[in-house]
Ligand binder design. Sequence first.
Ligand code: SF4
Length: 707
Amino acid sequence: LAGVGPRTRTTATHCPYCSLQCGITMTAGDRPATLQPADFPTNRGGLCSKGWSATELLDHPERLTRPLVRAVPGDRTSPLVESTWDDALDRLVAAIERTQARYGRDAVGCFGGGGLTNEQAYQFGKFARVALRTSRIDYNGRFCMSSAASAANRAFGLDRGMPFPLSDIAAADVVVLVGANPADTMPPAMQYLDAGRVRGAQHVVVDPRRTATARSAALHLQPLPGTDLALANGLLHIALAEGLVDEEYVAARTTGFDEVEAGVAAYWPDRVERLTGVPVADQRRTVFALARAERAIVLTARGAEQHRSGTDTAQAWINLALALGLPGREGSGWATVTGQGNGQGGREHGQKADQLPGYRSITDPAARAHVAAVWRVEPDSIPGPGRSAFELLDGLGTDGGVRTLLVLASNVAVSAPDARRVVSRLGDLDFLAVSDFFLSETAELADVVLPSAMWAEEDGTMTNVEGRVIRRRRALDPPAGVRDDLHLLAELAARLGAGHLFSDDPETVFEELRRASAGGSADYSGISYRRIDEEQGVFWPCPAPADGGRPHPGTPRLFGERFATPDGRARFLRVEHVEAHEQPDAEYPYVLTTGRVLAQYQSGTQTRRARSLQLLAPLPRAELHPDLARRHGIGPDDVVELATRRGRARFSAHLTEDIRPDVVFAPFHWGGASAANALTDADALDPTSRMPAFKVCAVAVTRVAGP
Ligand code: SF4
């Protein structure tokens, strides 16, 4: 896995960005580090522009290499100046102790990220509950795929976003992608769709924009944002009317179908066409293609899930897949396409407000007792559930809210909905500490900034889009003055009197994580660093064998015999279309939706600094239909202002017939004057997942200036 030459060292590791976690080979030594794509099972030699650029940032001139503190402690108008680790940690610990003495334990909060390794995510959750004894921890994955996770838990009793390996996508005869655009978000994954297409497979893309993925599909359905649930119910209505339901499967493997059957009766095709804009003929083509295929897959992603009814929308597509008998059959099923690099593992090990490691509920007495024994604390000392991400952020600085916040691997000033409100709340904090590689928009607001190690400088594990646990391997040393987040948490714990419970060694932490996860739904207890190395990753669940037993092989494909519910059956659940929280009106006449572009990633803290990516995507561009542009006197590349009830942001106008004439698209990778999330709606959270409505709000468009 690692080769040592006279001056250089090669290391097998993975791209730092999205959940495909493409395998790469790093070469580091005397010269700047370089990388090559590896023939890993997920990317099979492929890499996108983000992956190719990853080494550019390791020695970037803006890289933080020393802690920063305010020149005047407590005065955030004073400049950030370089300091020592001791000074920075002393200031943070003093703030924690001061805050907890005055306001109680829950007045200190933690905010994590889906880019942390499993070990870091696990340790952060433990740090909050054991060292701080606060309930207030959540992470940015709440803004990513929490709706799909809630739906999968509800329907299947288990949330592994993709319950089958990526290779099943190549074997499927029909794939329906709902609000998913892998051609831009994870291009090497397109090889699975391409392989299917070569065999004659048909792909249907459901997206208000004709994306690169939609252009490659046999059929593109272009619904109004926020109506995907109605479309799925409508497709099930047609399946019932046409006798396409797999009645044998429904009877043998599911419960609750009668209620859903009654519910979708009202979603007759022409009503669905009026709600969604998808022609009846296209609805019928989609259902017949899915039902007649020997193997068929339905994939949802953020376009369908980031709504106030995101959980129910994912459930509606699961209902359709179940009615057609897909989940649990090889080459078939429903899955969600995870976004962040460790979006899957990041939500399994305890940095969510309501969970303990192993994907256990924090309110389950047996789970609390198990985890407490591993942590060597009393079960009663583990706090109960905290607040979801947006609710945590929206309560900052208020009575009963968090007053001192530690942020790891997250840039909420750009990525949170209604971002200017969140920035204002951050300003209300007594103390803010941020660990990051660069001075992100969130770090700029902090009292203390802690320089953290980057992906190539740390060891650990990640869990990719398919539930495959893989190794992130250290390819080079971090710059002097930079520390891994495990080290940061161990140092803080020591200063808070709990140092004996926290290791900074990744493999030691993983061994503890294994024990903590044993018996949970995300059971890693049979996985080891050695096995991951030997087997190119191991799929969870992978329980440890009983004494003397054979090692568990891991579980690439779930639900073949039974689902993870108590009775082994999948759950249909009746779900109804609800209008988006904001409807267009005279003042805000269009629908705004947000998303990603090929050459940027998440809040752009890293990719906006990569020179090669800046050349590919230098400007934030809003997509407008030419008809809409004409109405407002907007020409190509004009500067336009988008305004919603929460704020304004400026973009360069990209006129394209690939978008619906009533919809505007803005990428969310930028902050400042082009912050798409200054526009998005945070007032309507999904009742189950607490997901904000990132993908739909009402917007006005005006021309500001020429190109
Ligand atoms: Fe692969 Fe995703 Fe990295 Fe692109 S960003 S190289 S698709 S892991």
